[in-house]
Design a binder for this molecule. Structure first.
Ligand code: OGA
Ligand code: MN
Length: 301
């Protein structure tokens, strides 16, 4: 896939949540929260952040200075945290703080990557939807960023559902999709699982293709990853055709926006109603991000 263009909108429609300024970043998704130091927030500020998160799906906080414990304690205000998943080789990459996942292309002194996802493109996905109970949100904090590339795209699964052609919308609400467990979002085969030979029997978790967000009660399309997805009960060819149609209609650029990172950015996304992807970058540059994930609930229709 080609690198997608980075869109920005002038700050408009800003609103105040308590003493915080919330500046929307695109039509359907994303807002910057101004005037907050995430190492020191009051309960009222947390309530305002939570309200803005449900409304805008993805929040950007710039110029933060967060240690791993500070990232963990801010994230934990939203709920219990997951422990970091093992990487594609079955290793944990941040043993000091089990809640932290390192996302990085940098190689350590042993020549092995210190984190996940490398420098290539990460395709559109929902985090860990190959599990029966995926996280409700993820917080990604930038410690080192490359001078170009590596932007992260987000799209609204509410807008994607609402924007489907009527016929497809009617059809999709009754479908269940299997979310493939064998590949990670960089397309790398997880070493403890066999490569897929039959989409109908390969490992993964079943979820409704449209679910109701448990906090906003809004319907959202729930797609996970395209590759090796399978629609329950269909012939493989029919499932592939229908999935292609849903993905094409559901991932239009107008539903999303791309974030250009600066060191010190913390981006918090709602994994129940936002998908994300990442542009590739020049692997001779360093990109180091630390991520936490907040435990979620089973997607329900
Ligand atoms: C993730 C992820 C994208 C990025 O951390 O889950 O997909 O831009 N990251 O690093
Ligand atoms: Mn991800």
């Amino acid at each position: 896939m080609e690198t997608q263009t980075v869109s920005t909108m002038p700050p408009q429609n800003a609103w105040l949540a308590g003493d915080l300024e919330i500046v929307p970043l695109s039509k359907h998704i994303g807002a910057e929260v101004k005037g907050v130091d995430l190492t020191n927030i009051s309960d009222d500020q947390f309530e305002a952040i939570h309200e803005a998160w449900l409304k805008h799906l993805v929040l950007v906080f710039r110029d933060q200075d967060l240690s791993d414990p500070a990232l963990i304690s801010f994230s934990a205000r939203f709920g219990e945290l997951d422990l970091a998943p093992l990487d594609a080789n079955g290793r944990s990459n941040a043993p000091a703080h089990r809640e932290i996942t390192v996302i990085s292309n940098v190689k350590g002194s042993d020549g092995k990557p210190i984190g996940a996802l490398g420098a290539g493109e990460a395709v559109w996905h929902i985090d860990m939807s190959y599990n029966p109970v995926p996280p409700k949100g993820s917080a990604l904090y930038a410690l080192e960023v490359p001078p170009a590339g590596g932007e992260t795209g987000f799209l609204s699964c509410y807008a994607a559902f609402e924007g489907l052609p009527a016929e497809l919308k009617d059809r999709v609400v009754s479908l269940a999709i299997k979310h493939d467990a064998t590949l990670n979002s960089a397309g790398i085969q997880r070493s403890h699982l066999d490569a897929v030979s039959d989409l109908r029997t390969s490992p993964g978790a079943w979820h409704p293709a449209v679910h109701i967000h448990p906090e906003t009660n809004r319907p959202a399309i729930y797609l996970g990853r395209r590759k090796h997805a399978y629609i329950e009960g269909l012939q493989v060819e029919e499932s592939e055709r229908l999935l292609d149609a849903i993905w094409e209609a559901g991932t239009r650029e107008e539903f999303g926006w791309h974030h250009s990172w600066r060191k010190g950015d913390l981006v918090l996304w709602d994994n129940r109603c936002a998908m994300h992807r990442r542009n590739p970058f020049d692997g001779s540059n360093r990109r180091v991000m630390h991520r936490t994930q907040i435990k979620g609930s089973k997607p329900q229709h």
